[in-house]
Write a protein that binds this ligand. Structure first.
Ligand code: FAD
Ligand code: NAG
Ligand code: NAG
Ligand code: NAG
Ligand code: NAG
Ligand code: NAG
Ligand code: NAG
Ligand code: NAG
Ligand code: NAG
Ligand code: NAG
Ligand code: NAG
Ligand code: NAG
Ligand code: NAG
Length: 626
């Protein structure tokens, strides 16, 4: 979407701030207390919060460039032009997805300061009370429960007092649930002509109740979206956390254009390996630099690159590491496993309207230029819009019978599926028609049971890993998507839509029986870009999982993970807010820690061959022949 348009406006000069370094050779110190790898959501939050302590010095290393001066990064509605396959994307692709008719999907991840928060679609959704209470339950740490995390949730937010267009937002959000003095601005979008149809439906069909604030802990219903937009401009971990830390001269150095290759063992305590060394380079052929942290290395490279880095560092399934030509150091078979993502499907309708929609910006250069001029002078107009105006969260009733094998959701406040309301043609799997106006009701499975994996293709840090989200491998997931498509049809059958919705567009229109709907789902589903779970949290003494409840990597000293990979179950939410939330608590845990080996790291003595310190427990001991 909008790709032709953005090409003409994309290149602006890079502004380099004082303590932002662009080459590995420029890093001013030879050692740091903390080294944070990856400047996305997790890394941006942790680096900023650690650097608020004047007694410590933190280095944040990012593979991609600075986020500054890139117009489509700033303009909310141009977000869809930032991926896939751009200068700000890692350009991953998935393995052929058996559940999607063997299609290979583009799999975008942000590669610039701010990480995916600099290219994402701006939706701000915390998830449900049950999501976090389940995290507390399965990790054995009550600090991850909804109520315990509420202060951290508020500490992120600076909730804007008014909407982007200044309309009255009372009844569209409960501001008392939000923070108003945190770094990240959250705001309500401008009004759209389609709002009255969506809200009207909540008054006409009991099945789709209105939810005043989907970030209350119980999101069930449909309501106005909240977005990471400040004065009509994207707000990200770069603009809200990292750059202000540099501007206020906190104890932070930021290095961009530098890719971390692996973390290095720097010693051991009681047989447990210490990982405080970081190796990095500007390019595949560039000089390799090494720097040590005196306290901790924090991996925040995201759900694809964090497991890749752990594996490249010798932390993973020892048998497989050896097969890939990597010397195993810690046998942790779950690294890269347990991958989860949300499958997404755009259900498109032809509509009858004389009003300008986002479709006109895509195909009419006059409209596009006028809107850009308006955005540049006043930060108003259609370009301030996020891709979705309203978002809905719903459960499939038990009586549907699809949960015979168990309900994958976290509990009654957690939805099974989501609606994303888009005022225009929003489905990248189909060609954008040259005429007509459209409305899209996107459906997403948000409590999936399917599990995939990130594995190494090679021991070369510059080779992309193998990414397999394994969509629809669990039959319940396709059943949920099928029920979501039927729900989308019921939604637009409310009388309020009469005269607006004309017909179903494309293959959607001929999918009626369950079998036809499933066929349509497999042919057109893509990702909503939410990989999670590849370095999952598990209790301190568990034999499974990758990180402990304090996010230290099992069987190691000096190494933590803080990003979306730590969720054992993907939250039923767009994943940026959950990642900001866990990162705020992680930063507090790190600041409170003594910096010595956690008492409960509990790694056994090195195994036979003396190279592998196994985490205690049956699964790793069974594999200890290395
Ligand atoms: C196109 C798109 C749209 C999205 N839309 C939404 C949305 O609307 N709402 C929402 O809530 N979420 C959305 N998301 C998801 C959300 O942005 C992510 O869940 C969130 O950013 C995850 O944070 P993270 O810290 O795990 O990883 P990231 O934010 O991806 O950060 C990882 C960082 O590590 C860097 N890195 C990786 N490897 C290395 C290395 N070897 N050396 C140095 N640096 C490295 C990367 O370049 C990146 O900057 C979207 C994501 C994408 C890609
Ligand atoms: C992704 O593809 C774009 C366009 O081809 C390219 O400019 C960019 O360098 C690629 N990213 C990476 C990490 O290779
Ligand atoms: C292991 O952890 C679980 C959950 O935290 C706890 O119930 C159990 O007592 C622990 N076992 C040991 C041996 O510490
Ligand atoms: C920034 O902080 C350092 C010490 O941390 C100090 O030496 C320097 O003068 C400060 N610079 C500014 C512009 O305040
Ligand atoms: C990092 O620590 C290791 C182990 O103590 C040491 O051999 C190495 O020289 C250190 N590297 C740097 C750059 O300080
Ligand atoms: C690195 O070197 C190899 C061989 O010397 C060359 O083929 C490759 O193009 C180089 N890559 C980059 C990024 O310069
Ligand atoms: C480790 O990988 C090997 C080879 O792929 C596999 O057979 C084995 O089951 C894995 N071990 C665990 C504990 O997952
Ligand atoms: C066009 O927009 C106006 C103002 O927002 C609204 O009153 C009108 O109903 C819309 N027309 C259609 C056909 O949607
Ligand atoms: C493009 O938009 C302008 C301004 O709204 C309008 O006058 C013109 O007719 C449109 N062009 C086309 C081809 O629709
Ligand atoms: C918003 O941006 C516009 C355009 O740059 C500027 O004139 C205005 O002062 C900004 N408003 C706020 C509240 O920052
Ligand atoms: C889905 O794709 C298959 C082939 O891959 C094709 O036979 C079928 O007609 C398609 N169904 C729809 C609804 O597009
Ligand atoms: C860290 O310590 C402070 C002060 O004692 C406390 O308020 C905070 O809750 C602690 N953080 C965590 C995550 O336990
Ligand atoms: C470490 O593991 C051993 C053996 O499983 C167990 O007896 C011991 O209690 C554990 N120690 C801690 C601190 O969890």
């Amino acid at each position: 979407m909008l790709s032709a348009f953005h090409l003409s406006v994309v290149s602006f000069p890079l502004v380099v701030t004082a303590a932002l370094y662009s080459h590995p050779a420029d890093v001013p110190q030879t050692s740091y207390d903390f080294i944070v790898v990856g400047a996305g959501v997790g890394g941006g939050v942790v680096a900023r919060r650690l650097s608020e302590d004047p007694g410590t010095r933190t280095l944040l290393i990012e593979a991609g460039p600075s986020n500054e001066g890139i117009l489509p990064v700033e303009v909310p509605l141009l977000c869809t032009s930032l991926s896939p396959d751009t200068a700000y994307d890692w350009n991953y692709t998935t393995t052929p997805q058996r559940g999607l008719d063997d299609r290979v999907l583009g799999y975008p991840r942000g590669r610039l300061l701010g990480g995916s928060s600099s290219i994402n679609y701006l939706a701000w959704t915390r998830g449900s009370r049950d999501d976090y209470d389940r995290l507390a339950r399965v990790s054995g740490d009550a600090g991850w429960a909804w109520d315990a995390l509420t202060p951290f949730m508020k500490s992120i937010e600076n909730f804007a007092p008014g909407a982007v267009d200044g309309h009255n937002i009372s009844g569209q959000v409960d501001r008392s649930l939000h923070g108003t003095s945190g770094p990240l601005t959250i705001s309500m979008p401008m009004d759209l002509p389609t709002d009255r149809f969506v809200i009207g439906t909540t008054q006409q069909l009991k099945e789709f109740p209105f939810v005043e604030d989907m970030n209350s802990g119980n999101p069930i219903g449909i309501g106005y979206g909240q977005n990471t937009i400040k004065n009509g401009t994207r707000d990200s971990s770069a603009t809200a956390y990292i750059l202000p830390a540099l501007a206020s001269n906190l104890t932070l150095d930021v290095l961009v254009n530098s890719q971390v290759l692996r973390v290095l063992q720097t010693g051991s305590v009681d047989g447990v390996p210490i990982f405080r060394g970081v190796q990095f380079a500007a390019s595949a052929n560039g000089t390799v630099f090494t720097i040590n942290a005196t306290r901790e290395v924090i991996l925040s490279a995201g759900s694809v690159a964090t497991p890749q880095l752990l594996l490249l560092s010798g932390i993973g399934n020892s048998t497989r590491l050896k097969q890939t030509g990597i010397r195993p150091i810690v046998n942790l078979p779950d690294v890269g496993q347990n991958m989860q993502d949300h499958p997404l499907l755009g259900n498109i309708f032809n509509v009858h309207t004389s009003n300008i929609t986002t479709d006109d910006i895509r195909r009419n250069n006059t409209v596009a230029s006028e809107e850009l001029a308006q955005w540049q002078t006043s930060r108003t107009g259609l370009l301030t819009l996020p891709p979705s105006a309203q978002i809905g969260w719903f459960r499939v009733p038990d009586k549907s019978g699809i949960f015979a094998g168990g309900d994958p959701s976290a509990g009654p406040t957690s939805p099974h599926f989501e609606f994303i309301v888009a005022d225009g043609f929003a489905a990248t799997q189909q060609a954008f028609p040259s005429t007509g106006r459209f409305f899209t009701l996107v459906t997403v499975v948000v409590s999936p049971k399917s599990r995939g994996a990130v594995t190494l293709a090679s021991s070369d840090p510059f080779a992309n890993p193998v990414v397999d989200p394994n969509f629809f491998s669990a039959p319940v997931d396709i059943a949920i998507m099928r029920e979501a498509v039927k729900a989308a049809r019921r939604f637009v059958s409310a009388p309020v839509w009469k005269g607006y919705i004309e017909s179903e567009f494309g293959p959607f229109g001929s999918a009626h029986t369950d079998a036809e709907i499933e066929d349509y789902v497999r042919n057109f589903t893509i990702t909503v870009f939410h990989p999670a779970g590849t370095a999952a949290m598990a209790p301190f003494n568990a034999t499974h999982g990758v990180v402990n409840p304090d996010l230290t990597v099992k069987g190691t000293v000096g190494l933590r993970v803080v990003d979306a990979s730590i969720f054992p179950f993907i939250p039923a939410a767009h994943t940026q807010a959950p990642t900001y939330i866990i990162a705020e608590r992680a930063a507090s845990l790190i600041r409170n820690s003594t910096g010595t080996a956690p008492a409960n790291a509990n790694a056994t003595a090195p195994c036979e061959g003396n190279t592998t310190a196994a985490v205690s427990g049956a699964s790793s001991l069974a594999d200890s022949s290395v």
